[in-house]
Design a protein around this ligand. Structure first.
Ligand code: BES
Ligand code: ZN
Ligand code: MN
Length: 478
């Protein structure tokens, strides 16, 4: 979407329609007060009313609720509703008058993010009928506001568009978005930016590296796995942030097969990978001053005659042994290798993001992702980025007793806690075995990656994590 900032007045805005916000108990601007329909304009949050002054011809009034509650998140929601209205009207361009507020940059971010995410649709597999072919889609947003919001608006555009690309990856079916497809996408991202480089490893190279977790999970499937490594160098001799994303392109559960009802959703088990890949692209596009190493282990989890079986013992990249008592707890096996690899490759702190446990959905629904960390500073930075972006995280505790749940009977570790105790935390306790003393934060996004139902995330792929991780990188950058 084309995003620009203009100092035009409402009446001279050049767009198919103009949106303005209205807070509860406040009046429309004087020039709109006598417009046809003005009496219907209400400030209650999420209420929309189209009014018809003389110039411009159409103004959509979006209720923003109480003035004291006005923040970026409210505007993301309101802007998404406006963008959906634009879709119904087949409007190709929209101007938004920036509301009054203390933090103009934050409000501008909210409008840009909400518009771009709210206008998103995944329709590339739908045959087009004549009507679709005619209707324009929203491709231009003009913010009516001071020049000073340009940088914040542009940054918001970059992040929201990266998030929509992550949503595409999530939505693509597993016969399209294979591990090699994700690898191709990583190559494309790296090719677009000078400071980015990529390395890709296939089945044999993964085996030669003795990444026993990724070998074990991929051995049941015909689709070639990939270890994807992206590097971004723009921080001189400063620290390196590691990002690790779970890239299971389809999770059947393996021999510990999942029930068939709803299994089609498991094409989204690469949502962490999608978030990491597109975050790296956004960071490069923004030119943030830091060093990054991103590691994405990608594979299918399939049952077959060559698949890993319950009770099999594997040796992870670090040399630790694991009894695979449940082949459906595959994410932690591939993340363990990838985390250790990221640290070996120079990450001074590392964040992993993964659709790791169904249990996180029971604990936190789709509103918060879980964050589990061995480092209060890093956890705090992730929480702050969550508040700023609306991609919320809630910290869950680590405790030696949770780690004890992951002790193996005949190997060092088991991949599944007995009696499914503390599903989300015990999975993190397993991962902690592979990060040593490196500051680490684990994000479990099984609840927030899909079907969030917020106005700007929709009811399928949310792209969760792109704005959170980019926000974190921005906070860490010099
Ligand atoms: N990919 C799933 C987790 C998941 C569930 C993601 C629902 C998205 C929606 C993961 O690999 C898994 O199967 N986890 C198991 C772990 C258990 C066997 C210890 C789970 O949560 O049931
Ligand atoms: Zn999985
Ligand atoms: Mn699984």
């Amino acid at each position: 979407m084309k995003v620009s900032v203009s100092q035009n007045e409402l009446a001279t805005a050049d767009a198919d329609f103009v949106a303005i916000g209205l807070c509860e108990g406040e009046e429309l601007p004087a020039e709109l007060a006598s417009a046809r329909g003005a009496a219907d304009a209400k400030g209650s949050f999420k209420k929309l009313a189209m009014i018809h002054p003389e110039q411009p011809v159409r103004v959509l009034v979006a209720g923003l609720g109480k003035r004291e509650d006005l923040d970026a998140e409210r505007l993301r929601v309101a802007a998404a509703l406006v963008a959906k209205e634009a879709g119904k009207l087949s409007a190709g361009s929209l101007a938004w008058a920036l509301p009054e507020g203390d933090d103009a940059d934050a409000l501008a971010e909210g409008i840009v993010t909400g518009t771009i995410l709210g206008a998103y649709r995944f329709d590339r597999f739908k045959s087009k009928d004549a009507e679709d072919a005619e209707s324009a889609s929203l491709d231009s947003l003009t913010l009516l506001g001071p020049e000073s919001i340009s940088a914040a608006s542009e940054a918001a555009r970059v992040c929201a568009e990266a998030q929509n690309r992550a949503r595409d990856l999530q939505s693509l079916p597993s016969n399209v978005a294979t591990p090699s497809y994700l690898a191709d996408r990583a190559e494309e991202i790296a090719a677009a930016h000078d400071l980015l480089s990529v390395e890709l490893f296939g089945r044999e190279e993964i085996a030669a590296k003795e990444m026993g977790g990724l070998v074990a999970v991929s051995q049941g499937g015909a689709e070639d796995p990939r270890l994807i490594v992206l590097r971004y160098e723009n921080g001189g001799s400063g620290e390196t942030l590691g990002l690790v994303g779970k890239g299971v392109t389809f999770d059947t559960g393996g021999i510990s097969l999942k029930p068939s009802a709803g299994m089609q959703e498991m094409k989204m088990d690469m949502s962490g990978a999608a978030a990491v890949l597109e975050t790296v692209g956004a960071i490069a596009e923004l030119g943030l001053k830091l060093n990054l190493v991103a590691v994405v282990p990608s594979t299918e989890n399939m049952p077959s005659g060559t698949a890993i079986k319950p009770g099999d013992i594997i040796t992870q990249y670090t040399g630790k042994t694991v009894e695979v008592n449940n082949t459906d707890a595959e994410g932690r096996l591939i993340l363990a290798d990838a985390l250790a690899y990221a640290i070996e490759q120079g990450a001074d702190r590392v964040v992993d993001i993964a659709t790791l446990t169904g249990a996180v959905m029971i604990a936190l629904g789709s509103t918060y992702a879980a964050v589990i960390s061995n480092d209060d500073d890093l956890a705090g930075q992730v929480e702050a980025a969550g508040q700023e972006t609306g991609e919320l995280v809630w910290r869950l505790p680590l405790h030696a007793e949770y780690k004890a749940l992951m002790k193996g009977t005949v190997a060092d570790l088991t991949n599944a806690a007995p009696k499914r105790k503390a599903g989300t935390i015990s999975a993190a306790g397993f991962l902690e075995e592979f990060v040593g003393d490196t500051p680490w934060a684990h994000l479990d996004i099984a609840g927030t990656a899909w079907d969030v139902g917020r106005e700007y995330t929709g009811s399928d792929a949310s792209g969760y994590g792109v704005r959170l991780l980019t926000g974190l990188a921005r906070a860490l950058a010099g």
